[in-house]
Ligand binder design. Sequence first.
Ligand code: SF4
Length: 345
Amino acid sequence: MPTLDTAINGDPDTGADLTPYGGVTADAAWAEEIRSLAQQRDAVLLAHNYQLPEIQEIADHTGDSLALSRIAAESDASTIVFCGVHFMAETAKILSPDKTVLIPDARAGCSLADSITGEQLREWKAEHPGAVVVSYVNTTAEVKAETDICCTSSNAVDVVASIPAEREVLFCPDQFLGAHVKRVTGRENLHVWAGECHVHAGINGPELAERAAADPDADLFIHPECGCATSALYLAGEGAVAEGRVKILSTGGMLTAARETNAESVLVATEVGMLHQLRKAAPETDFRAVNDRASCRYMKMITPAALLRSLRECADEVHVAPEIAERGRASVQRMIEIGTSGGGE
Ligand code: SF4
């Protein structure tokens, strides 16, 4: 599995070249060409909160994966350009099968989504016949097709609590979110897959404790996928930080909390791209990363050059086999119906 320190140019698992498209500056001429091509292609540009600032600025909409998928489904545009990682573009395609969905660089994967394959999930289900499968939205279309209910970080607890107590539950792929759900629901028959995101797992408890001690009045915004999420709850439980200061939030939830906080400073435990939107939402608040090396190399593959290429060449198009899409859609629709806006990564 890739680590924070992985060298830039190769995937350590497959050896595939992951050098981002480069050589283009995000200047005024670039912005004009992007806007003009988007209009010609009848395209709406969507950018995830972890994207490079220049990509977030040129997009029609920014947000978390769930909010963007909803916008994609409701948009009148015939083409969706999804500036994010591959599973997010797949989710948009599942929800909008008749639209053309482009991702500016199809090599932009996700270590969390890659933590479990469809084959592994089928084997796990065979070991637990009758279990209900709950998958976080960071999964491939094939895994979604094997899933009963997709969940977001904000509705994962409610989804699991709604399943009859006697039914076993298989929760995948994120072990930190799974541990959070298991603790809150107190459910013994919940089995958690040992997957993780290399970026979020790298934001660890000791680092958080150190930063919180150095800044005792700061609020703590923590994404539940982070390796430090359980430590944050532990610190609050131990009285090391005031309980009200620890907020376990999705990226969309962080933006709402940013507009509402009275704190002068906020320590943020998630991918560093999130700081751009938080600073825009509350310019008077000092937002600081718990770990400023927590940058997702896959998200940052969507460069100005990649976006320009995407619109010029109508690439890379995302396809999901119709039977996979149909099965995946049922689990995603349940998530959309019960998920609050802004509940995805
Ligand atoms: S930050 Fe982690 S979970 Fe998010 S896209 Fe990157 S690898 Fe995947």
